[in-house]
Design a protein around this ligand. Structure first.
Ligand code: HEC
Length: 163
């Protein structure tokens, strides 16, 4: 390739990067805490990746609760809590009130599991959904709208009542 084309190619690649859709640095709450990333970018999960896990667990939580499988519901709840604390630790600029907004519904869901109460479970689940969407709105990603799942998307896992 003639030498003159190399810088032009670089410029083209750069311009392509600039016009790609918003991700990471463009999303207000999605910037990594420097302390979470001492060895460079690739060490850290992106917030969108942590959110994918959150989404997965959020769905499983519903299927488990609806099936009245309380040990599994409890397990998924713990997983979800863990995912949220990862998000909070990794990303400094998530305002604390949006993380706190998640903690009340999580506590309510924990109480529902202890009481084995499907009605309390549904109430807690709805409140959690509201907290998910509240943060998405505040973070400028209000096009990501969370709802109660309809049918199970995990055909390889049983969601049946516990013994
Ligand atoms: C404290 C703020 C906050 C809370 C609470 C929150 N999210 Fe998010 N979520 C975000 C931000 C910010 C993004 C965009 C991240 C990015 O693009 O880098 C996001 C993105 C997502 C995505 C898109 C990920 C993708 O790659 O497609 C899903 C799905 C998601 N969240 C699910 C949930 C669910 C389910 C809950 C509640 C159980 C929840 N979120 C609660 C801040 C939050």
């Amino acid at each position: 390739m003639p030498r003159i084309f190399a810088p032009l190619l670089m410029l083209g690649v750069l311009m392509l990067c600039v016009t790609l859709p918003a991700r990471g640095d463009d999303v207000p709450f999605a910037q990594t805490a420097p302390s979470a990333n001492p060895h460079g970018e690739s060490d850290t999960l992106a917030l969108s990746d942590v959110m994918q896990l959150t989404q997965l667990r959020h769905m499983k939580l519903w299927y488990a609760g609806k099936a009245k499988n309380w040990p599994l519901t409890n397990y998924e709840l713990a997983q979800l809590r863990d995912t949220f604390s990862k998000a909070a630790m990794l990303y400094l600029n998530i305002p604390v009130q949006y993380i706190a907004a998640v903690s009340d519904p999580l506590t309510a869901l924990g109480d529902a599991v202890t009481a084995k109460d499907p009605h309390k479970f549904e109430k807690g689940y709805k409140a959690l959904e509201t907290a998910c969407n509240g943060c998405h709105q505040a973070a400028g990603v209000d096009f990501i709208v969370i709802q109660t799942p309809a049918a199970s998307v995990f055909p390889d896992q049983k969601f049946v009542p516990s013994k």
